[in-house]
Ligand binder design. Structure first.
Ligand SMILES: *[C@@H]1O[C@H](CO)[C@@H](O)[C@H](O)[C@H]1NC(C)=O
Ligand SMILES: *[C@@H]1O[C@H](CO)[C@@H](O)[C@H](O)[C@H]1NC(C)=O
Ligand SMILES: *[C@@H]1O[C@H](CO)[C@@H](O)[C@H](O)[C@H]1NC(C)=O
Ligand SMILES: *[C@@H]1O[C@H](CO)[C@@H](O)[C@H](O)[C@H]1NC(C)=O
Ligand SMILES: *[C@@H]1O[C@H](CO)[C@@H](O)[C@H](O)[C@H]1NC(C)=O
Ligand SMILES: *[C@@H]1O[C@H](CO)[C@@H](O)[C@H](O)[C@H]1NC(C)=O
Ligand SMILES: *[C@@H]1O[C@H](CO)[C@@H](O)[C@H](O)[C@H]1NC(C)=O
Ligand SMILES: *[C@@H]1O[C@H](CO)[C@@H](O)[C@H](O)[C@H]1NC(C)=O
Length: 508
């Protein structure tokens, strides 16, 4: 009997800790099985894998991705369902007989297909992941019909050998954050843009289009929203990430023009990717199989400049104060919310801030409803300007903003006696302008006159409650322990219902 229980215990442990049986496929064919969460389609070299993976890990939010496979640091290079996360029950299949590669998520609306290759009845016979990282759908003779390099709408990454076409005005689009592949407000785009009054196209890096952040100009790039004098590139239909050099090129005669280059030559062990990162940096990343632990950035076209990431629009999200600590360092951004605002996501302060008390409509210019938060030595250098006043006093800058419903905030310059009035949303609050402007600039941000009691006092209350809980909990625990001891001494032989000692088998 004892032995039997021990066996059951071992079995239980095995079932709990043995990995779930997963598939590692090389081809996904019409008749073959589904790709469930945990299954992968791998490239022949094993460098890439296609699967349904969670981002962030353990989040329960799953995405169909092509990513580098371990031991390479597992970075996603292509995500099919960027907007719609899937559940753990989701699966990928090459539907039979029509040959559409499609995702299904039984936990959500089954009728709604989160993503599909739209290749129904195009003759697809097989899906394969190539060594280049390209996911291809081919017919039974191996002729390509669809591939993730050319036919998928938006990505944030180019791989060696990948062309980036102007057709359909496709953009590289960054992830919203390092953990969230979503696109939309708050992301960067890299691609072709146009300007009113100008013919031809411009290769540009923009933030939540159409806000242009930097413009490529033959061999170098121009930081800042240089709308006045952009480089108009001749009408090329593509740029490409060279398979050998690993440079981003722009085709030209007599020689192709390098847009971004960096790092070593691409080889079977030196891997490169070009990614438009969530912070707006368009970077060439490199990883050497067998040597590297993580990907390292070899070159970039970054929107950071003047030694401050806070200059980059959107680093801290809307209505957020950006600060570098220590000043001048490139990787220590601190985002905080000004008085009257709270974080959109307390776990990720770079997502920005939102008013604690929201005002709308005519309340935005009702003198008995609005007030201004005053931020000394702070500028808001980018965007949102709709009006400026010259010969202004600080007081009348504030008064004008308060009574204008459109005004979300204003910047005042003492030296220029100028007031720039800005619309919502406000970005780049706190770009450290002291070095540029001394204490010339003051920012005003419109808030509700009514402000609820500050969260600090709530925190104080919370702490008191915690202390009370711990004390009471501790006393209860102690009481229980004493009661148990007394009981144990009285019963000194304890048995279970079947007469078996209630001990784990390793002690029996
Ligand atoms: C996958 O398809 C390719 C091309 O037909 C073939 O060379 C390869 O052997 C297939 N792999 C497997 C595991 O069936
Ligand atoms: C994929 O892209 C290529 C090149 O742009 C195009 O010729 C082909 O028709 C596309 N395939 C599908 C299924 O859209
Ligand atoms: C994006 O921003 C615009 C303008 O600020 C706003 O109108 C729109 O609702 C936003 N979209 C989303 C999805 O947040
Ligand atoms: C277009 O160009 C003309 C002449 O250069 C200029 O006067 C006008 O302001 C420009 N319009 C716009 C919308 O930029
Ligand atoms: C690509 O980005 C530019 C801004 O840089 C924008 O004007 C254009 O509409 C975007 N195209 C697509 C397809 O999103
Ligand atoms: C401003 O707000 C007050 C208080 O709610 C209200 O009585 C008044 O009618 C409002 N004024 C306007 C112009 O909306
Ligand atoms: C308006 O905001 C300022 C801080 O910017 C504050 O000192 C002042 O007390 C506020 N006014 C009212 C009436 O709450
Ligand atoms: C102020 O506004 C005028 C238009 O009203 C504009 O032409 C000018 O460039 C603005 N000046 C600054 C410094 O923003």
């Amino acid at each position: 009997m004892k032995r039997c229980k021990a066996l059951l215990w071992v079995l239980h442990l095995l079932i709990r800790f043995l990995p779930v049986w997963t598939l590692r496929l090389q081809n996904l064919t019409l008749s073959s099985s589904r790709l469930n969460v945990g299954d992968t389609l791998i490239s022949p070299s094993g460098h890439f894998e296609l699967g349904i993976f969670p981002y962030p890990a353990e989040s329960g939010r799953y995405y169909l991705c092509v990513r580098y496979a371990a031991p390479i640091q597992q970075v996603a290079v292509w995500v099919a369902n960027r907007e719609i996360p899937l559940s753990q029950q989701s699966y990928l299949e090459l539907s039979s007989p029509n040959g559409n590669l499609q995702l299904s998520d039984p936990d959500n609306n089954v009728a709604q297909i989160p993503w599909s290759s739209n290749t129904a009845d195009a003759g697809v016979g097989r899906a394969q992941l190539l060594d280049t990282g390209n996911l291809v759908l081919v017919d039974n003779d191996g002729n390509p019909i669809w591939d993730s390099f050319k036919n998928s709408s938006i990505t944030d990454t180019l791989l060696p050998g990948q062309y980036f076409y102007k057709i359909g005005n496709i953009n590289l689009t960054s992830w919203l954050t390092k953990d969230d592949p979503a696109t939309g407000n708050g992301t960067y785009t890299f691609g072709w843009g146009t300007r009113a009054n100008m013919s031809g196209s411009i290769l540009q890096l923009a933030w939540t289009s159409p806000k242009v952040f930097s413009v490529w100009r033959g061999g170098t790039y121009i930081p800042g929203p240089d709308d006045t004098n952009p480089h108009i590139i001749p009408d090329v239909d593509y740029v490409y990430f060279d398979a050998t050099q690993g440079n981003l090129y722009f085709p030209s005669t007599p020689a192709n023009i390098v847009i971004i280059s960096g790092g070593d030559l691409v080889s079977s062990t030196t891997l490169k990717r070009l990614t438009l990162d969530a912070d707006g940096g368009l970077r060439i990343w490199q990883f050497t199989v067998g040597t590297s632990k993580t990907w390292t950035a070899e070159a970039n076209w970054v929107v950071t400049e003047r030694h401050s990431q806070c200059f980059t629009i959107g680093t801290c999200g809307p209505f957020s104060l950006c600060n570098m600590s220590p000043f001048g360092s490139l990787d220590r951004v601190q985002c905080t919310c000004p008085y009257g605002f709270k974080p959109i996501n307390p776990d990720d302060l770079s997502r920005g801030c939102t008013p604690i008390e929201r005002l709308s409509g005519s309340d935005l210019c009702n003198a008995s409803k609005v007030n201004l938060t005053v931020l000394n030595d702070i500028d808001m250098p980018w965007g949102g300007d709709y009006r400026n006043l010259t010969g202004a006093e600080s007081a009348n800058c504030q008064a004008e903003c308060l009574k204008d419903c459109k005004c979300a905030g204003a910047v005042y310059s003492k030296n220029e006696q100028r007031c720039w009035m800005k619309m919502t949303p406000l970005y780049n609050l706190g770009y450290p302008t002291v070095t540029l402007h001394g204490s010339d600039r003051t920012a005003f941000i419109k808030i509700s006159l009514y402000q609820p009691p500050s969260p600090e006092s709530d925190q104080g209350k919370f702490k008191l409650w915690m202390i009370a809980l711990v004390v009471v909990g501790g006393l209860l625990g102690l009481g229980l322990l004493v009661a148990c001891c007394v009981y144990y001494r009285r019963e000194n032989h304890i048995t279970g219902p079947g007469g078996e000692p209630l001990h784990p088998p390793w002690r029996g």
